[in-house]
Design a protein around this ligand. Structure first.
Ligand code: NAP
Length: 247
């Protein structure tokens, strides 16, 4: 009988690392990671994994009860605001303690040419005529760019878009490189004039910001939605301590 059942709402590098470290540090815990199922071949974390939506906050609350979840860690992406709202409601309804693991946002440093905006539409409108922006955005956030026929965008995504994009763009398939020089070479090869991205934070996709700095490219940075309410930590060690009941 496990001491506790931890549900990690995942889909991020931190969530995967947390599942692995928890399983190693506390083998008596049952650790379940939940993925939305957005990518065709996700890298699966250690421990149990379930894939797919719960059916809203009520569905998640029901799942917490069915599986006897004793602690919930929302380690989803800072821009995944819907699931975080559901997690807050579901945890309250099922009386399950909840912790948010939220990585720190990126901050501009010397040499960065950032324009910070509050939404995708504003990012689109901030681009000058005939620009060739590199859109480092999820596929569900691209449709506003259909209204800028003058642009020649490059879009990077992990899987080919299905359905296809509704506007003309060059596609780069794959995950971002962690090497700034590789990202810079890609931008140069493609003739990119601007980078458009969200302030995701973390190390996995920061190389593109460094590459833009190296090349002197302007970056349109979309600010995060409001952070989920409730207890929040930014590092794995604090989340592990909380999950193990020592924090
Ligand atoms: P979202 O808009 O906040 O969530 C939409 C719906 O997707 C949720 O209501 C839920 O469906 C389902 N869902 C989301 N995350 C889930 C999870 N971990 N487990 C089970 N169901 C989940 O989310 P999103 O922005 O589409 O992101 C989806 C997932 O991709 C998240 O898990 C996130 O961590 C990851 N991710 C997102 C981004 C990003 O930029 N948004 C970037 C990298 C990774 P039901 O209501 O049916 O439960």
């Amino acid at each position: 009988m496990p001491a506790d059942t931890i549900l990690i709402l995942g889909g991020t590098a931190e969530a995967g690392a947390l599942a692995g470290e928890l399983a190693a540090a506390r083998p008596n815990l049952r650790v379940i990671t939940s993925l939305a199922g957005r990518t065709a071949a996700p890298s699966l974390p250690v421990g149990e994994v379930r894939i797919g939506g719960f059916g809203g906050a009520d569905g998640l609350a029901a799942y917490l009860k069915e599986e006897g979840v004793t602690r919930l860690i929302d380690a989803t992406h800072p821009f995944a605001a819907g699931i975080s709202r559901n997690a807050e409601k579901a945890a309250a309804a099922a009386a399950v303690p909840r912790l948010c693991l939220v990585r720190a946002p990126w901050m501009p440093v010397a040499g960065d040419l950032w324009t910070e905006v509050d939404c995708i539409g504003t990012a689109r409108d901030a681009l000058p005529g005939n620009a060739r922006p590199f859109l480092a955005l999820g596929r569900q956030h691209l449709s506003p760019f259909a209204r800028r026929a003058d642009l020649a965008p490059v879009v990077r995504m992990i899987d080919p878009p299905d359905p296809p994009l509704t506007f003309r763009a060059d596609l780069v398939l794959g995950k971002p490189s962690r090497e700034p020089a590789e990202e810079a070479a890609l931008f140069t090869h493609l003739g990119v004039t601007h980078l458009v991205c969200r302030n995701s934070g973390g190390g996995a996709s920061y190389a593109k910001i460094e590459a833009a700095r190296m090349l002197g490219l302007p970056v349109i940075v979309i600010a995060r939605p409001p952070a989920p309410a409730g207890p929040t930590v930014a590092d794995l060690a604090a989340a592990i301590a909380w999950a193990a009941g020592t924090a």
